[in-house]
Design a protein around this ligand. Sequence first.
Ligand SMILES: C[S@@+](CC[C@H](N)C(=O)[O-])C[C@H]1O[C@@H](n2cnc3c(N)ncnc32)[C@H](O)[C@@H]1O
Length: 196
Amino acid sequence: MSDAAFWDAEAEAFDESADHGLRDPVVREAWRSLLGGVLPSAPSDVADLGCGTGSLALLAAAAGHRVTGVDFAPRMLEQAARKAAAADLPVSWVLGDASAPPLPDGGFDVVLERHVLWALPDAAAAIVAWSRLLRPGGALVLIEGRWWTGAGLRADDVRRLLEAAGRTAEIESLPDPGLWGGPLRDERYLVVSRTR
Ligand SMILES: C[S@@+](CC[C@H](N)C(=O)[O-])C[C@H]1O[C@@H](n2cnc3c(N)ncnc32)[C@H](O)[C@@H]1O
C-alpha cells in the first residue's frame, strides 16, 4: 500500500478522534484560540500542508484567512471539501505532495502543518521547500509531537532541522488536554519559525 493509499484508508474515520474532527466544542475552541494566537491578522494567505480532512484549514478560513490545503490522499481531500461546503467556507484544495508543494514561491504569509513533518521521508528538504513558499516576514507554524508509540519528532529534533535551514525556532509545549480531548502521555508542541 502506498503512503497515500494508507491515508486514504484512514479518511472516513479520521475525524472520530477528538483532535482530528474538532467536534467537541471545548477541543474546537482550544484549537481556534491556539491558531488565533499564532496567525497574523486576517486576511492572510495560509497554506495547510498535509491538511487531511481540513480541520485546521477550516478554522483558519472561518477566521477570515485565504487558505489553501494540500494533501496527497484524495479521500482526505474529499472529506475536507465536503466539510468546507457544509460550512460554506472557501478553501482551495490541492492534490499534491507536501514535500514539494505545487504552490507558488513567495505566495503565503503562513505555512501551517500539523502532524505531517514527521511522516515525510526528508524533513530537512521539506523545511527548505516550505520556506520558499513564504513571503518576507512570513512564518512556518508547525504542530508536531513525539508519541508514546515512539513515532514522531522531538521538539529538539525540529529545532535542529530549522536552525540548519537558517531559521528561528520558537517552541511552545502543548500539554492542554483541551487540545487533545484528554490527558497526554507524550510530547506535543508548536513551533513558530521565521527566517533569521
Ligand atoms: C496525521 S494526518 C494529519 C492531518 C491534518 N494535518 C490534521 O492535523 O488533522 C497526516 C496527513 O498528512 C498527509 N500526508 C502525509 N504525507 C504526505 C505527503 N508527502 N504529501 C501530502 N500529504 C501527505 C496524509 O494524507 C494525512 O492527511
